[in-house]
Design a protein around this ligand. Structure first.
Ligand code: XMP
Length: 523
């Protein structure tokens, strides 16, 4: 369970080789949604991981490179001699063709991007149940020009005669387009056909059933006397990780919750009630609000604010961790996407992903062994595990809240004079959205403090106060987002309550910007 190792996991399932695809995580998620375990590996480690994992099938992802570039990502072709079905997607297909006697060339007509119509000629196995003229999503600059011996064509598109190919003898299949993206009609059917129909993978992956395995793994790692210290943020990941570790080692887990003065109303109390009163965990709450707000004084640059919050958090946490002198282990709620991203950041194939910005990132010089029971799980799976562990829905299904907290929703300098009304307005937004059951369609719903004075009338007097901005968005993964409109009576009630119950705002506005080009947060 440390960053150097591959995540432990069951044997069987699907091994996905990441050639640098934007969509690699999506493939892994789609496979897991079918109830089949999947794991992503980089090309250089693929054969090693294969031997360790003994997968039932292999998927070779797409990638931005050309197979004939001299340093193009490549894996040991021995992967094709393991007797398991292989599905090559885009670059994966091209690599497979090149290594089975076929030829790949630059697409003469130029690159093919976006929607294309697929003509299905052979709707057996891989394409069973797919429509005759479905739309698929292409994104490639090279193409297979000649198939190797044993391959046949199952479907074509206008510029691409080898859009879907197969060598049924060896159970090798190839798609020149991306079945994992939502724009590809029947893409999910094709993946299902490959994973369940062709490869006949076992459908025994259920993250909710992992509790015993995870608890046992933590016990084994930490031993009979080891102690773990860990930061609780009140978010889903650290909460689920803490409850699992607590199940494994009880009072030998020491949790630290840092109140940075940038929390939402009721957050600290909620954490105390759940973890200390309900789970009876050893929880230390450090009130460091003055320290955070002191360091933030006079700072209005968004990036500088983020850095300060991150740095002060690390300082405060480090002081606390040092007080747990016996703790040789550090608990963290690291998820699988973080693992994939950090592997990519250290030379793996996936080149396009930003480094994730969690304030939970802790100093290496703490010299502790990491305990990360969620490092092979996606967010949805962590939620399922949390539910199985009995965590309340208000926590498991809660909306994301950024590490720097209200600092990035309080534009300009962060002061208590701005934080108090922001907190009040945010509480009202949450209450009204949740009371009306509208949170299920929203990714995030919150208030932003915009320090722009405008005139209002309160009682008989003119006031000159700031703007409360409502941000209500839907999203799948925060990479893109759309603004959402609530029913007018709910919006009216939110606005009335903010203007009447909270001091400091003369106006409530609604942000109707999608991401991109806007971002979800205002800073
Ligand atoms: P943006 O504003 O970039 O946000 O559209 C995308 C998602 O990330 C969250 N977010 C953060 N989370 N630390 C975090 O842990 C941060 O510094 C941070 N900034 C943004 C944001 O709430 C949204 O869900």
């Amino acid at each position: 369970m440390s960053h150097q190792q591959e995540p432990e996991g069951p044997s069987g399932g699907v091994l996905i080789v990441d050639f640098g695809a934007q969509y690699c995580q999506l493939i892994a998620r789609r496979v897991r949604e079918l109830g089949v375990y999947s794991r992503i590996t980089v090309p250089e480690r693929a054969l090693f991981t294969f031997q360790h994992m003994r997968p039932t099938a292999v998927i070779l992802s797409g990638g931005p490179r050309s197979v004939y570039e001299h340093d193009a990502p490549a894996l040991d072709p021995a992967i094709l001699r393991q007797g398991v079905p292989v599905l090559g997607i885009c670059y994966g297909l091209q690599w497979m063709s090149q290594n089975t006697g076929g030829e790949v060339t630059p697409a003469k007509e130029g690159a093919e991007y976006g929607r294309t119509e697929l003509r299905v000629d052979d709707a057996a196995d891989l394409l069973a149940g797919c429509r005759q003229d479905g739309i698929v999503w292409m994104s490639h600059g090279d193409k297979v020009a000649k198939l190797g011996p044993g391959f046949e064509v199952l479907a074509r598109s206008e510029p691409c005669p080898f859009a879907v190919v197969a060598d049924r003898q060896r159970r090798f299949f190839g798609l020149q387009f991306h079945p994992e993206v939502a724009h590809t009609e029947d893409g999910a059917v094709m993946l299902r056909n490959f994973v369940l129909g062709v490869a006949k993978c076992r459908t025994d992956w259920n993250p909710g059933n992992l509790i015993d395995v995870k608890v046992e793994a933590v016990r084994k790692l930490v031993g009979d006397t080891g102690e773990v210290v860990m930061g609780l943020s009140g978010g889903v990941d650290s909460s689920v990780a803490a409850v699992l570790i607590h199940r494994a080692i009880g009072k030998r887990l020491h949790c630290v919750f840092v109140d940075n003065g940038l929390l939402r109303a009721g957050e600290r109390e909620g954490v105390e009630e759940l973890f200390r009163d309900h789970y009876r965990m050893d929880l230390t709450v450090v009130d460091a609000s003055d320290r955070f707000l002191g360091e933030l004084q006079g700072v209005s640059d968004p990036e500088a604010k983020r850095k300060i919050v991150g740095k002060v958090f690390v300082d405060v946490f480090r002081e606390q961790a040092k007080r747990s002198v016996h703790a040789k282990f550090l608990g963290q709620g690291t998820l699988y996407p973080d693992v994939i991203e950090s592997v990519a950041a250290h030379g793996g194939a996936t080149s396009t992903i930003k480094s994730h910005h969690n304030v939970g990132g802790l100093p290496k010089d703490l010299d502790m062994t990491l305990v990360e029971p969620l490092r092979d799980l996606f967010k949805d799976e962590v939620r399922a595990l949390g539910r199985e562990l009995g965590l309340p829905s208000s926590l498991v299904d809660r909306q994301p809240f950024p590490g720097p907290g209200l600092a990035v929703r309080c534009l300009g300098e962060v002061t208590t004079a701005k934080l108090a009304p922001l907190r009040g307005a945010d509480r009202i937004v949450r209450e009204e959205v949740e009371k009306n059951g509208l949170h299920k369609g929203l990714w995030q719903y919150f208030a932003v403090y915009v320090p722009q004075k405008s005139v209002g009338v309160k009682g008989d007097a003119r006031v000159y106060e700031d703007v409360c901005m409502l941000r209500l968005v839907s999203s799948q993964d925060a990479m893109t987002a759309d603004w959402e409109l609530l029913p007018a009576p709910v919006l009216k009630r939110i606005s009335n309550r903010i203007l009447n119950e909270v001091k400091g705002f003369s106006r409530v506005c609604l942000d109707i910007s999608s991401k991109p080009p806007a971002t979800i947060e205002w800073e």
